[in-house]
Design a protein around this ligand. Structure first.
Ligand SMILES: Nc1ncnc2c1ncn2[C@@H]1O[C@H](COP(=O)(O)OP(=O)(O)OP(=O)(O)O)[C@@H](O)[C@H]1O
Ligand SMILES: [Mg+2]
Length: 264
């Protein structure tokens, strides 16, 4: 369980450049929840992720993971229980290493530092997972990862993340840089892994339909605030038009032009 209490972030406080990127927020993420997050550019979505991941400390408030206070814990330590995938497919895997070596590294992470090498059984398990991806990756275990396409790399990053058994996964528009076909593949894979391995996940997307279709709970952010938090029946009955109307009712203004693409 992830618990945020009054967590906020202000950049350059007390200067003319002061940015209240995240207003104080209380948020509890229960085990097994799959939260989708939407909101316009600059709404504070990535800032929220950076705070949870420990990229920088919050200006106020506390963050607990499984009741352990990690507010001051640096990012590399939190990486033991948080998996994160970014928009850029190059960030999740080591391009100059083979597919097999990439996988071995994340297995070690999953075993919390125990030194292991890839035995026959594990190799076979990887092979099966790769066959399952239907991207032909099972024949490329000895290839350097830099030779793979963006979609293949993002799929591999997902698989590696699952192997490291994180308590929480943070997906920051992880399919946005891919072509529509690969984006759909990666999203479907995301859904499958989250279900199969009962992962707890938060996924930022600019696509309102995806935010509605995927996940068990939806947060809408605007100007550093969580303005909508729905789950269950209420989430299941959402529509894109309905969401646009809810936004208007809450903020008394229309979604801005950059947000129009949200509904695509
Ligand atoms: N390191 C930083 N220093 C100063 N300001 C920052 C920093 N990071 C983010 N901001 C500002 O904080 C606000 C929130 O940014 P954030 O990146 O969280 O938005 P976002 O919701 O992820 O937007 P996008 O959809 O464009 O990715 C923005 O005004 C942004 O310019
Ligand atoms: Mg962002």
């Amino acid at each position: 369980m992830i618990r945020l209490e009054q967590v906020s972030k202000t950049f350059h406080p007390g200067t003319v450049n002061e940015v209240p990127a995240l207003r104080p927020v209380d948020l509890v993420v229960e085990e097994g929840e799959f939260i989708t997050i939407i909101g316009s550019n600059g709404a504070g979505k990535s800032t929220l992720f950076n705070l949870v991941a420990g990229t920088y400390p919050p200006s106020t408030g506390s963050i607990r993971i499984n009741e352990i206070d990690v507010t001051r814990e640096p990012e590399y330590r939190r990486a033991r229980y948080i998996g994160r995938i970014f928009q850029d497919p190059l960030l999740g895997t080591a391009g100059s290493m083979t597919l097999e070596d990439n996988m071995m590294i994340c297995l070690r992470k999953g075993f919390k530092g125990l030194k292991i090498s890839l035995n026959r059984k594990q190799r076979q398990w990887f092979q099966e997972q790769l066959v399952d991806l239907e991207m032909g990756l099972e024949r490329r275990m000895k290839d350097n990862v830099r030779l793979l396409s963006g979609g293949q790399r993002q799929a591999l990053t997902l698989l590696m993340m699952v192997l490291s058994r994180p308590d929480l996964i943070l997906l920051d528009e992880h399919s946005a840089a891919l072509d529509p076909r690969n984006a759909a593949l990666v999203l479907e894979l995301t859904r499958r892994y989250i279900e199969e391995y009962r992962l707890t996940a938060m996924m930022i997307t600019h696509n309102m339909q995806h935010a509605i279709t995927f996940g068990t709970r939806l947060l809408m952010m605007d100007k550093g605030e969580v303005i909508l938090d729905v789950q269950g029946e209420e989430k299941a009955s959402l529509t894109v038009d309905g969401l646009v109307e809810r936004f208007h009712a809450i903020r008394h203004r229309d979604l801005e032009s950059d947000e129009a693409r949200l509904s695509l």
